[in-house]
Design a protein around this ligand. Sequence first.
Ligand SMILES: Cc1cc2nc3c(=O)[nH]c(=O)nc-3n(C[C@H](O)[C@H](O)[C@H](O)COP(=O)(O)O)c2cc1C
Length: 172
Amino acid sequence: MSEFLDFAKYLSCPVVLVTAAHEGDRRIMVGTASYACLEPLVLATSIRHESHTGATIFNSGRFGLSVASLDQIDLVQRLGRSQAGTESGAAKATRPEAVFKEFGPTGTLYLADCLVAFDCKFAQSVACGPYTTIFGLVVDTVCGTGTRPLIRYDRSYGNFAATVSGDDSYPV
Ligand SMILES: Cc1cc2nc3c(=O)[nH]c(=O)nc-3n(C[C@H](O)[C@H](O)[C@H](O)COP(=O)(O)O)c2cc1C
């Protein structure tokens, strides 16, 4: 383990549910994501090489990024206990908490109770140590039923306690 992990944990991250499907096989994993480009909107997520979800993204050329809501904490906690490549995506997908929906035109999966979801078309990937960073061009978006984002910070989950308007030039 890197000696810098004690510092990396102070990078607050959105919790996302990465979803992918190929030939009837549905996959879901907890991860995080960030913008790679705003125009056009390209999102990036890093996935371990042994991840079943990652393999399904490479096979299908598509993936969903559901921004997790506070309402999904039980699902996130439960999914977060499994190691990459160790549990079948089918087992995860049949859990009662995971209510999947599909983007109409593409069939990409997302979670009904997320905050918002992005339908991503695989654009490119870059290997980085045990991870592959996957870049996805956003081709569709949808609002879920969730209302409050789920944030990861210092090995804990939380929400915004207070916000201050961003008085700056950044567009998002
Ligand atoms: C908060 C949190 C964030 C995570 N972020 C990542 C990540 O960015 N990349 C990754 O490969 N795994 C991440 N994981 C671990 C995966 O969710 C886990 O390895 C999962 O079992 C992979 O499933 P799969 O092999 O079925 O795809 C994270 C887990 C948690 C709890």
